[in-house]
Design a protein around this ligand. Sequence first.
Ligand code: S3P
Length: 427
Amino acid sequence: MSNLTVGRIATLRGRFRPPSDKSLTHRALMLGARADSPSTVRTPLDAGDCRSTAACLRALGTEIDWSGGLVRIRPQPWLPPTEVLDCGNSGTTMRLLSGLLAGCPWTTVLDGDASLRRRPMGRIAEPLRRMGCSVEGERPPIRVTGTDRLQTIRYESPVASAQVKSCVLFAGLQAPGETWVREPHRSRDHTERMLAALGVNVLRAPEDPLWVGVEGGSRWSGFELSVPGDFSSAAFFLVAAALVPEAEVAACEVVLNEHRTGLLEVFRQAGVPFDAEQTSTEVGEPVGTVTVTPGGPYRPFQVSGGLVPRMVDEVPIAAVLATQCDGWSEIRDAEELRVKESDRIEKVAQGLRQMGALVETFHDGMRVFGPTRLRGATISADGDHRIAMAFAVAGLIADGETVIQGAESIDTSYPNFEEELCRMAVV
Ligand code: S3P
């Protein structure tokens, strides 16, 4: 286990290009593996989770050459793997891949690390079973026995989850006819956008945009694409810029998909000065630059309902912002946070309390009171990259030293986080 030690900084300045988008990299690798011809993925996220996806695809027979910031994918017919597929820390790998495996008539065992082994898989097992696929195991390891006679479904998911939605759509691409999935609120729509960019007909119910569908038997050719930057990674430095005196930070080439940028709505509510400008489009995604400077005093903010999936990975860092807002900020309807890489409601509350903040928790969220002068503490990341980075940012405005234990987890999504922090921080 490695530690990251952070202290108060004078300011934070600079432009940075966050690591490439994790969600888009997973999808590009998987759709490349199932395309009719070879693909090239430029600027993929070269980090633990996406490496896990590549390794699983290789174990199924796909030829993948990942070198020099480029992935070349040569699709091959998939064969039963001779080994257990190791999804590492990555829920996206396990859930999306299960959708593709639903159409493969053999048993595949998928497993992961200690954190992934705690995460629920019943949410994908349920729709896949209804489609005729067998899934054993409510938590990893799971055994997926696919079939070449998948049935179409219309599935109403109880959770707003892009992973569940994408799993069902990936299975639906292999079932005869139309498969539809509805979620209670719109989650990130990268699968839909990428499929549409590849020429696949993505169906939307005009009377209810929460329903999305695909036609079975859709095929797509190999492609070349460049993966833009990840808003969820940029978020740590954007919030840091809001909190550190006289900061000015610009995140460039970052995905500005509205289903990912809910944190900007929090900035609006709190009064954080920011500017977001689209500069291009990649794989059907708006891409641009976000600039943040500190303002304040900040107003408290409220996050609930449809805003939650739009910033589901940003709640830990938003909670750090809440400690500097004037009054009670509240995050509700976020029970999903309890089944992420860690129980993020408990981890955030525990860490912020250690740093002197006043936090109440609920089954579905938390209330954070501010403004509080934070003090350094020793925080255990518990294998969760976003907890590690959120508390590293908290450490930048705290008195004394903050030690993040288990900082190696940051490699899951932001391998050069510490380097970027050192480059932009003025001490
Ligand atoms: C992801 C979806 C989200 C997110 C995860 C990546 C994806 O999970 O938390 O980091 O790539 O589809 P849910 O859709 O299950 O909330």
